[in-house]
Design a protein around this ligand. Sequence first.
Ligand SMILES: [Zn+2]
Length: 91
Amino acid sequence: MSCLSPHVPDRRQPGCTKLAWFDPWGGARVRVLAWTCDCLAIVYELCQAGGQGFIRRTLQNEDAPEIRETHRWPIPQARDVWAALLTGRAR
Ligand SMILES: [Zn+2]
């Protein structure tokens, strides 16, 4: 099986930023801009809603997926956080 989407690396960089995760806000329509591979138990998505960006984390439990979201940021900042996540500089 080959993976087409990126994986969040196992190894965290020194000084890795610890993201805060909250229950989903719900409400506004969410557009998914990017996502990590779903071959791992935890899938991350870069999302946009109402002109802001955030990251959604889904733990793929068998019965009920556990969903958490970060703070919302301006889109460019959300993209920076996304890039940091994919390179082990944020988690
Ligand atoms: Zn994969």
